[in-house]
Design a protein around this ligand. Sequence first.
Ligand SMILES: [Zn+2]
Length: 249
Amino acid sequence: MYILAILTFIFGLIIGSFLNVCIYRLPAGISIINPPSRCSQCKQSLGIIDLVPVFSYLFLRGQCRHCQAEFSPRYPLVELFCGLGFMLLFLHFGLTVEYLTAVFLFSGLVVCSLIDLDHQIIPDQVLIVLTIGGIPLLLLQSTSVFLDGLLGAVVGGGLLLLVAVLSKGGMGGGDVKLAAVLGLYLGWSGILLVFFIAFLAGSVVGLTWAWLKKKTLKTALPFGPFLSTATLIVLIWGESIINWYLSLF
Ligand SMILES: [Zn+2]
């Protein structure tokens, strides 16, 4: 069990390293396979010793070996976050189809959230990959999980579309599509719980931020990261939260 947990952590670090490439290259329209990883300053190709997740960053003290350009500490942080996410999901699901489904969704969400933070867009390519990959994974779990997912996609996309229309552009089209994809993975009750957590967290953070910066709430806050964080919470604790809520009545 412990060995497997450590292996899933290492697997998460490696996937995180690949996701960093996607986060940087997708919005720029560069292929994620070619050219191989290189320094964005001096264009020198990076070798194996420059690409070991987290360790290379620490060993090279966050600098390029060739031109001493500084690498953002965000790279090792994304890798660490993925390592932890992959391990936590393993400890919850074990080595199951549910686990594969969860880490696939988790990886896509890491890419969506960081691109949303950087560029205020949620890339269609990632949503398409999540949809095409998600359908067989859900069908492998069971037909009823898949049907619940279809309902969740309609509920998730539909509700945010309503918010987008009513708020006249306060909610982006990318968020609507992301909510439909999340609904597909989480089912109708899961996506409602995600909305509840995301809106609550978004309001608290948004109001605090507006108060600190003395700005109005009109300043758009990227909603993608809130949806993604709420999804991770629901993947792990969703059932417990829903059962606790139902026990109140
Ligand atoms: Zn360099």
